[in-house]
Design a protein around this ligand. Structure first.
Ligand SMILES: [Zn+2]
Length: 294
């Protein structure tokens, strides 16, 4: 018997053992979210063992939860998932970046909790230059807020270059020899990566679990179910490439609507272009799914 519940909880205590729909072993069950909890999933089943739940959660569900457009939407909807903390809207801006312009400089962006604003900090940069009168100089660029570090930096650079340390007096004079530059409206270039790896596994896993919940035990023996199961469990990212699938929408699928009903407590987490269907034609034919169209 399959258990379907829209509250995110099972309607009865976990059984001591069941046939896992992935590894097909008799094992202790776990609470499996068909749509990952991190995207607001409330449909649960107890037909996935702890081991499969854990492995697939790390490799497959995470691919969906951490997919950049999904994270952005999760941030907007404050969907936390297991971690208890939803993604932050600003996270894609954090880290090292490059200011484009006359002086190409590396900066580091963090989020200032006090001001609730992004904070850009010039990263330490050292280069050798030749002045107009032919003298060789070491030019250090630091964030203006790190001015107090200048004496220490001078002594460190001198040591690194085999020069004697300056006296206090010399150091004071040298430390005052700097210019401050303000970069107005800087153009910042940063790299944002979005991985598609295992995204298809994640969607096939949802389709597979929905199909099982809809069609019951017989579905586990279906050749397409077998192909899906094998591909989903395979750690090779290319394992789903040869799965015969076609694109369709879920509008006509009553069962899908029963599985996934947006309510006040369940914010619809998917873009409208993303629909999925587990149709009865799966038995002996093929799996229907539509991939997100970002
Ligand atoms: Zn299992």
């Amino acid at each position: 018997m399959c258990v379907l519940n829209l509250t995110g909880q099972l309607s009865h205590p976990l059984r001591s053992s069941m046939l896992c729909i992935f590894c097909l072993q008799e094992r202790a069950p776990s609470l499996e979210h068909v749509f990952p909890l991190s995207v607001g999933g409330t449909v649960t089943t107890d037909r996935v063992c702890q081991e499969c739940n854990s492995t697939l959660g790390t490799r497959v569900d995470a691919a969906l939860s951490d997919f950049l457009p999904i994270r952005a939407r999760r941030a907007e909807l404050r969907l936390a998932g297991n971690s208890g903390t939803p993604p932050a809207w600003y996270e894609i801006f954090l880290g090292d970046a490059t200011v484009i312009g006359q002086n190409v400089n590396r900066i580091q962006t963090t989020f200032d909790e006090a001001t609730r604003k992004l904070d850009h900090r010039q990263l330490y940069h050292a280069t050798d230059v030749v002045t107009a009168d032919g003298r060789k100089q070491r030019r250090i660029t630091i964030d203006a807020r790190d001015k107090v570090q200048i004496p220490k930096i001078i002594q460190r650079e001198r040591k690194r270059h085999g020069l004697a340390p300056l006296s206090d007096e010399e150091l004071n004079a040298a430390a005052g020899d700097f210019e401050t530059k303000e970069v107005k409206n800087p153009v910042v270039q940063l790299s944002i990566g979005a991985s598609f790896a295992f995204l298809r596994h994640a969607m096939m896993k949802i389709a597979y679990e929905l199909a099982f919940l809809w069609l019951g035990e017989a579905y586990l023996k279906d050749p397409i179910a077998n192909a899906l199961r094998t591909a989903i469990l395979d750690p090779d990212v290319a394992s789903t490439d040869k799965i015969d699938a076609y694109v369709d929408v879920a509008d006509g699928c009553t069962a899908f609507k029963q599985f996934w009903i947006p309510t006040k407590s369940t914010t619809w987490p998917m873009p409208s272009s993303w629909r999925m269907v587990a149709s009865r034609s799966m038995l002996g034919s093929s799996t229907s799914m539509q991939f997100p169209s970002w």
